[in-house]
Design a protein around this ligand. Structure first.
Ligand code: G3I
Length: 381
């Protein structure tokens, strides 16, 4: 587990002031003073939890280009023990063109992780959705026999896994293969040709070519009402993995929360029941893509930030009560780089505030909520 390198003077100051005083002061503090707080990675590490975030090396000037931003990288170095490339290991980046592999963007992030002693997660080997798969690849797989499609999938996974070797300690092997409305497997060329075997082959190939990595099924089923079929479909899939001895170690709970204006207490129990069933099957849990969508929250930033923090804290408290959960990754650390600015615009046209830091790199109440959730979490064994 990654730890801060020694107790810094800043941490001493924070300790002397007391966390609550720093908390009260932090919304107005200049950027330098943010360092006066103990890092999220160190608070998490004390409980046996690895904390981190995504980072994107997309087209410069776009939302997915946080890797070009010095302020963003400073936050990663200060707060995170693990990073995950937001888009750079997806097939539409690595294999945009038939017959060629392009690891350039992923490699830049991997080098940054090495240079700064950060762990790295991999996202994702098989995003089983046609919208996010290159057309040539869909057409090609759709034209193959089952044995040839199996070979193609194995070859792709071999190529990507061996490129990053042991640097990636945890892979989202399959992402979002359950259709939320029906709970059935999504209809894609992979599932048309291979059925459930597409998933089995993906995990088996990952185990062969990344034998030390944790292998994760990652999805966005959530605790909100309307997710019942999605949750049931994921449970059914996890049961099938067990029954067929598919090497899956953990469920990645994406945790893009908050998008229906807050979580009702009545939704806690069905969610706990879902998580109970997952861990009873022997799976570990991770939060892979945490953010709080504030689309339906008030316009006033102070009130909004307070509600975002409260929703985030409630969610993290519940999740961290499961000792099987030992990694928490945010889907971005600074609001201006969040995918939600494009994918979920607010009616009042103001930018979303879904991450721990504002656009001037100042910590927000959500950052304190995350810290508080780690502080009150039970220690993992
Ligand atoms: O690369 C093109 C660029 O050439 C073009 O000019 C630009 C115009 O918009 O688009 C660029 O592609 C964008 C791509 O990110 C890379 O930057 C796509 O439009 C944009 O749709 C894409 O969005 C990503 C999305 O996944 C789809 O891959 C988001 O950044 C990323 O945050 C989001 O992440 C997903 C997880 O992988 C899975 N779970 C849900 C999560 C949020 O949707």
């Amino acid at each position: 587990m990654q730890k801060d390198s020694g107790a810094s003077r800043r941490e001493f100051v924070a300790g002397a002031l007391g966390a609550s005083v720093v908390s009260m002061l932090s919304p107005g503090l200049p950027a330098w003073a943010a360092g006066a707080q103990r890092s999220l990675k160190s608070i998490a590490a004390e409980k046996g939890v690895l904390f981190g975030s995504s980072v994107g090396a997309g087209k410069p000037g776009t939302l997915s280009a946080s890797f070009d931003d010095a302020g963003y990288l400073d936050i990663l170095k200060r707060e995170c023990a693990v990073i995950v490339p937001e888009n750079e290991l997806k097939s539409y980046v690595i294999a945009a063109q038939s017959g060629t592999y392009d690891f350039e963007r992923g490699d830049r992030i991997a080098q940054f992780a090495k240079d700064n002693n950060l762990k790295m997660r991999g996202h994702t080997l098989l995003w089983n959705r046609v919208e996010y798969t290159p057309k040539w690849l869909l057409d090609h797989v759709g034209s193959l026999s089952a044995p040839a499609a199996e070979q193609f999938l194995r070859d792709y996974i071999q190529r990507v896994c061996t490129h990053y070797g042991t640097q990636i300690h945890s892979w989202d092997v399959v992402n979002e293969t359950v259709a939320p409305k029906s709970g059935q497997l999504r209809d894609t060329p992979f599932t048309k040709v291979l059925g459930f075997d597409a998933l089995r082959i993906a995990f088996e190939a990952a185990r062969t070519y990344a034998p030390k990595a944790q292998l994760v099924y990652n999805d966005y089923m959530s605790w909100e009402a309307g997710n019942e079929q999605h949750r049931n479909g994921v449970l059914k899939l996890l049961e099938q993995f067990k029954a067929k001895q598919v090497p899956v170690d953990a469920l990645g709970v994406q945790s893009h929360i908050g998008n229906v204006g807050g979580i009702q207490d009545t939704q806690h129990q069905p969610w706990r029941t879902f998580l109970d069933e997952v861990v009873a099957m022997g799976y570990k849990l991770l939060i892979t893509e945490f953010d709080v969508n504030d689309k339906d929250l008030p316009g006033d930033p102070t009130r909004r930030d307070a509600q975002v923090a409260a929703i985030g804290k409630g969610y993290l408290d519940l999740m961290l009560s499961y000792k099987q959960l030992d990694q928490v990754l945010c889907w971005g650390m600074v609001d201006k780089f969040s995918w939600l600015q494009n994918f979920s615009k607010r009616a009042d046209q103001t930018p979303q505030r879904p991450t721990p830091y504002d656009d001037n790199y100042r910590p927000k109440p959500l950052r304190e909520a995350i810290a508080a959730a780690f502080e009150s979490a039970p220690k993992r064994g």
